[in-house]
Design a protein. Structure first.
Length: 370
């Protein structure tokens, strides 16, 4: 690609973070690579997390699971979200584990010859998204799926407030433990922790942790993780404007004095949303305010001193922390990185070699086997 706007993912740092979290929890690691690994590129992140010892990969849907299969991953693979029982055969053929999450789902799956389907019982312990809320229904579905020849390999729940509410997390866990005890089955995979819980929630029942955002260094309770992701662009034009001149669509910014304005090739279609107006980006040692409305493909910033064309600009990275950008925008880091759109080139560093996307694409079929 020729446009100078790119997202860099340092796979060495990814690898470090996964090793560190595995060391902290002492359990198996399920690396959550949903939404194209939070926008960072599932096949590349997969090879780094597997090299670091991840024991299973998880995604949100059958489409995402099949994407990883097509990219050459043939290890343990779990879908976390809903699936259509009509697709039971495809899930079995591709050796994909799926959650059983309500009586209706189980009933429908039973009509599609589910023998051999790998199932994780999903228990809703307070989030009210998917999962069995009722013990009898959980037990009934478990028994019937087992009888039909499903491989009952796991049971799990999901914490909704592990980043701040110890009391509610414990309450959720108590409900989960009751469910595990009720089914009284030698599950291979028992899991409840997300990234934050992986660090502080210690329990004697679960044997695996599901980590997503911490792969990218974000964790409320652990500050020694690395930050692998950064977003960059470059200056495409620099100009002086006179006092009173206006900038951008709607002429919403007026120069107060003679000012130096640079244009950057990044806009809301790249995921650099309009709410970034008034925030700053980093360029040549300066924090530079975004002036005027963010356009679809471009944006203007105010500089303190002129710089040559092609001077690099950091949107977030070493100088502007992803978490600070998220809090400025009244959102969470997950949303910022997931919204970086497909037209932004992804570049990867691994074993300190830089890999262009073009190279990566050529390597892709072999990428996931480590
Ligand atoms: C997204 C997700 C995770 C990962 O959560 P993080 O906060 O990113 O660690 C784990 N489990 C389920 C069910 C999820 O949907």
């Amino acid at each position: 690609m020729y446009r100078n706007t790119w997202m860099e993912v340092n796979l060495d740092a990814v690898e470090y973070n996964v090793r560190r979290l595995k060391e902290i929890c002492g359990k198996k690691i399920i690396a959550v690579l949903k939404a194209d690994a939070y926008g960072c590129g599932d096949s590349h992140v997969a090879k780094a997390v597997l090299a670091a010892g991840a024991d299973m990969l998880a995604v949100s849907s059958l489409d995402e699971a099949l994407m990883l299969r097509n990219e050459g991953y043939d290890g343990e693979l779990l879908i976390l979200g809903a699936t259509d029982p009509e697709d039971t055969k495809i899930m079995i053929e591709n050796n994909i584990s799926v959650p059983a999450y309500c009586p209706e789902w189980a009933e429908k799956v039973l009509k599609h010859n589910p023998a051999g389907l790998k199932v994780h019982m999903k228990v809703d312990t307070g989030m009210n998204r998917i999962g069995f809320k009722n013990q009898e229904e959980l037990k009934m579905a478990f028994d019937r799926l087992k009888e039909a020849g499903c491989l009952m390999e796991g049971i799990f729940t999901h914490f909704c407030c592990a980043d701040f509410d110890e009391i509610f997390t414990n309450l959720q866990f108590d409900r989960f433990r009751d469910a595990v005890e009720l089914l009284d089955y030698p599950f291979k995979w028992i899991h409840c922790d997300n990234s934050d819980a992986t660090v502080w929630f210690k329990d004697p029942i679960s044997n695996a942790c599901r980590i997503g955002i911490s792969i990218y260094g974000i964790n409320t309770y652990c500050d020694d993780l690395r930050h692998p992701v950064s977003l960059h662009t470059t200056v495409t034009m620099v100009k002086k404007v006179k006092p009173g001149e206006k900038i951008g669509y709607g002429s919403t910014y007026t120069a107060r004095k003679e000012e130096i304005i640079a244009t950057l090739p990044i806009g809301y279609a790249d995921g650099f949303i309009r709410a970034n107006k008034g925030r700053s980006v980093w360029c040549d040692g300066m924090m530079c305010e975004v002036v005027g409305n963010v356009c679809m493909d471009q944006v203007m910033i105010r500089l303190e001193h002129a710089v040559p064309l092609n001077t690099p600009v950091e949107i977030f990275g070493p100088h502007i922390h992803l978490e600070d950008m998220a809090s400025d925008l009244n959102t969470i880091p997950y949303e910022i990185i997931c919204l970086i759109s497909g037209r932004v080139t992804r570049t990867y560093i691994w074993h300190s070699e830089e890999e262009t996307e073009e190279n990566a694409r050529l390597l892709k079929s072999a990428v996931i086997t480590v």
